[in-house]
Design a protein around this ligand. Structure first.
Ligand code: CDP
Length: 206
């Protein structure tokens, strides 16, 4: 069984996916962390993030691994845990450029499709492209202001700057961010985390 939870930036996908996965006793898989790891490694190597062939060659030479734990995913490059650096603002700013390359998307999809089900898969295109046959699909939304307010607890910038960056990223990610036609869309704006998790679990009969 695969449950897909897609949605716009900072819509609560990771926290919701983690909660749903824990309730079901299965792992969750954060596809965004692979795009973020690709971006971090590209920035560290001073690569041009728009040069997809060069970036991909660099990534393929590294022993990169996504560890899909229910409490929170981690990305490793060999023995090095990349996770603490994946949510810095420089990665936020570059990740959509990386995610726009079809070669980079294929690189991420390849890794995701190797994972053994069951799991909850979280991202932008889990229900549309990567796991189109998943029996349970969800898509989370919320207004940019609410999302910026939630994220301001995790970023040093002020809420206006975070909101502007989220709107810019939504625009750049639009191509891969459409809800699957069979996804249940949930506006998380008026809901608390536990309520969103409860709605999803109710819908899948748990
Ligand atoms: O929570 P937030 O949306 O900020 O981040 P994320 O889910 O870690 O995704 C980071 C970025 O990765 C997004 O802005 C997209 O550019 C890209 N992404 C994607 O293109 N497709 C996915 N399935 C997941 C993430």
């Amino acid at each position: 069984m695969i449950v897909t939870i897609d949605g716009v930036a900072a819509s609560g996908k990771s926290s919701v996916s983690s909660g749903v996965a824990r309730a079901l006793g299965i792992p969750y898989v954060s596809s965004g962390l692979l795009y973020r790891a690709a971006t971090l490694l590209g920035l560290e190597a001073a690569l041009d993030l728009s040069d997809a062939p060069r970036l991909l060659a660099h990534l393929r030479a590294l022993p990169l691994r996504l560890e899909p734990l229910a409490e929170g995913n981690r990305v490793w490059s060999g023995e090095r845990d990349l996770t603490p650096g994946l949510h810095q603002s420089a990665v936020d700013a570059g990740v959509s450029t990386v995610a726009a390359h079809p070669e980079l998307r294929a690189w991420v999809d390849e890794q995701l499709r190797q994972l053994p089900p069951p799991f909850v898969a979280e991202g932008r295109d889990m229900g549309t492209n990567v796991f189109p046959d998943a029996p349970a699909k969800f898509y989370l939304t919320a207004s940019p202001r609410i999302r910026a307010e939630r994220r301001s607890a995790e970023r040093p910038e002020d809420v206006d700057a975070i909101e502007a960056a989220l709107i810019a990223r939504d625009r750049k990610d639009a191509a891969q961010s459409a809800p699957a036609p069979d996804a249940r869309v949930i506006d998380t704006g008026p809901l608390g985390l536990e309520e969103v998790i409860g709605e999803i679990l109710g819908e899948i009969g748990q």
